[in-house]
Design a protein around this ligand. Structure first.
Ligand code: ZN
Length: 189
């Protein structure tokens, strides 16, 4: 039986050889984590860059992009007070409580104006034609004529000519805003 047992010194030599070989792979393995450890700085550097970009964007609110976005919006949004801007937007987008707008959403059986009958109660109707608001309309017309601007429903809805001086545009929006507010008090839309 003793012939089949490996001598102890043979075992020890093999173990030493094995240990002498193992360090080499261990050294090969070590660089890999070192290489993998290298990437983490990149996200942090990217994060710093993004932070810097965000800080730069916040520091420059009047960049060309912001200016283009501001120019693409109707002027009344930045000029009107919030309730008036909401009333004007509802009329512009046909999303008010006027009968024509409710009828389009299947929320009322008829689109007719309750005062005129047979005529759809649209934004253009209450702004230009409906006799119920004739006095308020007349005041708005006179205010616009004082700055030599003809009355129209488009102006009341905030659609202004592109080549218009800002001061004139603001006066138009103020006059038509009073008209819309007066109508809103009489006919909640
Ligand atoms: Zn009417």
């Amino acid at each position: 039986m003793a012939r089949y047992c490996r001598p102890l010194h043979t075992e020890l030599r093999e173990i030493q050889q094995l240990h002498s070989v193992l360090p080499a792979p261990a050294q090969q393995v070590l660089p890999a984590p070192a290489q993998q450890a290298a990437p983490p700085p990149r996200p942090s550097s990217l994060a710093k860059q993004w932070t810097l970009k965000a800080a730069t964007a916040e520091a420059k609110p009047h960049s060309p992009l912001h200016r283009e976005q501001a120019l693409s919006l109707p002027r009344y949004i930045s000029t009107d007070k919030k309730p008036l801007a909401c009333h004007r937007a509802r009329l512009r987008l046909a999303n008010s409580r006027l009968h024509a707008h409710l009828f389009r959403r299947h929320l009322t059986p008829s689109a007719s104006c309750p005062h005129c009958g047979g005529v759809p109660e649209t934004a253009e109707h209450i702004l230009e034609d409906c006799p119920t608001y004739a006095l308020k309309r007349q005041r708005c017309k006179q205010a616009l004529l004082s700055i030599q601007v003809p009355f129209s429903a488009h102006l009341c809805l905030g659609t202004l000519p592109a080549a218009l001086r800002p001061s004139v545009a603001d006066q138009i929006l103020a006059c038509t805003g009073e008209f819309i507010t007066a109508i809103q008090h009489a006919r909640c839309f």
